[in-house]
Ligand binder design. Structure first.
Ligand code: AMP
Ligand code: MG
Length: 528
């Protein structure tokens, strides 16, 4: 039997009231609350490698007692379930108390290697933080979170993980289009795993209430257990070191999002992980067509706050909010501007290196014209509909050495890069000339690199398989009709996203025309 610990519960102030009704909770980091049992749980998917690292197996997760635990119907000895109190800025406005409205942490599993992992159910029933909602989650959004957590992990992007996806055998009422026509959908629960689910919003809530003593206790807890290399520091220097490291981690995770073409969709401060993990998968999307102004989130369609290209700026905005919350503890050791400068530097470095690697270069070298090269590339990509993922896979096919002393031909360029272009007819005239010009300059630059190193960099930076929204929609529709095969194929593909395999051409494809304007593909609501 696994061993469970509960450092969060032991060390942090608890809500003395344990009644499970929506309410304001003051001067407490969490409320003890049990999951609400469901009718008939069934395991739909599980992560074998994550299970193994926790000392579990998929077989064990599919039967009693684990299946009942994953459904919220049972607890193992040592588990002490709780929901966390936090706040946040939603779409730029302070929303006050939010909290785990449907997430319940069961406990902290101590893995065979001694590492600790919070085991959290999402969709496990109401908590004091549910406000007017039901505490449940639907299959479509839970499947999306499960698949994307797996995908991000294998892409090398920091993320919370998903251990299991279970259906509850119960129906959940949702108004997907927010048009007053709610319908029943199958309910589900995702078991999420992370060292900690602490968010910027945890610190903001106490700061907003002037409860700086609690912010301090929470900071202390976070550093002791999750930033232990900073533990030897003391006083405001310790808090400042935490903040600067959070800035670096935030910069790194957002640089990775831009690398793989990920749009989070809801970068509210309650959805920003203190550990720099991608957290809370909702109306996210992977770029099909490269468009910095794209967001799949219909709620954000007008203000366009959380578009692909705006994510680095929003990272800064969110960090400023966190820095402000910690200001009373910083005693002037660092100010908000210093944190933002640190973030900007870290982001520029990480993003520059990742872009360079996508092109097969070690770093972007201004003196060799790399900045101009990148600018030309983005201009080309914006001149017509170009697939973000397939463009870079195409670039990997360009035989740069064979292009010495000559310009590529149109049919060569089409063979290497054609599949990245949504409109084959558009790859002619001025666009073709731009592509040929870019390829010539690119090849000349890339020839300066050792071919093996160039290839290795590109193979690590440019995934082929990402869980595009239309692939997720196909998996959801099929599963709802009783066919799990598309889900299984998609999971298979994203588990090795950089390695092309025969039989997975569909998962590596451009967005099909039917998905261009389809609900659930190009447009997603927050309804989940
Ligand atoms: P999100 O936009 O998913 O990050 O959620 C924002 C807040 O709403 C969080 O406090 C969630 O716990 C809460 N929430 C979202 N959906 C539900 C639900 N179905 N039941 C209860 N709380 C929810
Ligand atoms: Mg959230």
């Amino acid at each position: 039997m696994p061993v469970f610990d509960d450092r969060f519960v032991r060390e942090l102030p608890a809500d003395l009231d344990e009644t499970n009704v929506p309410r304001f909770v003051e001067r407490a980091c969490y409320t003890l609350v049990d999951p609400t049992p469901v009718r008939s749980p069934a395991l739909v998917a599980a992560s074998a490698d994550l299970a193994a690292s926790l000392g579990l197996t998929v077989e064990a997760l599919g039967r009693s007692p684990w299946l009942d635990v994953l459904a919220g119907n049972d607890l193992l000895p040592g588990m002490k379930p709780y929901a966390v109190c936090y706040g946040g800025h939603q779409f730029g406005n302070w929303a006050g108390q939010l909290g785990d409205g449907r997430a319940i942490t069961l406990g902290e599993l101590v893995a065979p290697d001694g590492t600790r992992h919070e085991i959290q159910l999402k969709g496990a029933g109401p908590t004091p933080y549910s406000r007017r909602a039901d505490g449940r989650a639907v299959l479509r959004s839970s499947l999306r979170e499960f698949v994307c957590s797996e995908a991000m992990h294998h892409l090398g992007v920091p993320t919370t993980r998903a251990l299991a996806l279970v259906t509850t055998g119960e129906q959940v009422l949702r108004d997907i289009l927010y048009d007053g026509r709610p319908a029943f959908e199958p309910g589900a629960i995702v078991t999420r795993v992370a060292p900690s689910f602490l968010r910027f919003g945890n610190f903001q809530l106490f700061a907003s209430r002037g409860d700086h003593d609690i912010t301090a206790v929470l900071v202390d807890h976070a550093i002791r257990w999750h930033f232990s290399h900073l533990d030897a520091l003391s006083g405001p220097e310790r808090v400042a070191a935490l903040l600067l490291e959070v800035a670096e981690r935030t910069a790194l995770v957002i640089a990775h999002w831009l690398r793989v073409g990920f749009v989070h969709g809801v970068m509210n401060t309650d959805n920003m992980s203190l550990l720099g993990l991608t957290i809370d998968y909702g109306p996210f999307g992977f770029l099909d067509v490269y468009d910095p102004g794209w967001t799949p989130n219909t709620t954000d369609a007008h203000s366009r706050r959380y578009t692909f290209g705006n994510q680095p700026r929003i990272g800064a905005w969110n960090l400023a909010a966190l820095a402000e919350a910690l200001t009373p503890l910083l005693e002037g050791v660092v100010d908000v501007q210093r944190v933002l400068d640190h973030y900007a530097d870290a982001f520029a470095r990480a993003h520059g290196t990742m872009l360079a690697h996508k092109l097969g270069l070690p770093k972007l070298d201004e003196e060799r014209g790399d900045l101009a090269l990148v600018q030309t590339m983005f201009e080309l990509m914006r001149s017509t509909e170009v697939d973000w993922t397939l463009f870079f896979r195409g670039l990997m096919r360009v035989p740069v050495d064979a292009l010495e002393g000559r310009t590529p031909h149109e049919d060569e360029a089409r063979a290497w890069m054609g599949e990245a272009f949504y409109d084959a007819a558009a790859l002619s005239g001025a666009t073709m000339r731009s592509l040929l010009g870019f390829l010539e300059v690119y090849a000349a630059r890339a020839r300066a690199e050792h071919p093996d190193e160039r290839r290795a960099r590109m193979e690590r930076a440019n995934p082929l398989y990402v869980p595009r929204n239309w692939l997720l929609a196909e998996a959801i529709d099929a599963l709802t009709a009783g066919d799990a095969a598309p889900l299984e194929r998609l999971l298979e593909a994203v588990k090795a996203p950089y390695a092309p395999r025969a039989g997975f051409e569909h998962q590596a494809g451009r967005r099909p025309e039917w998905a261009r304007h389809k609900i659930g593909c190009s447009m997603l609501s927050c309804s989940s």
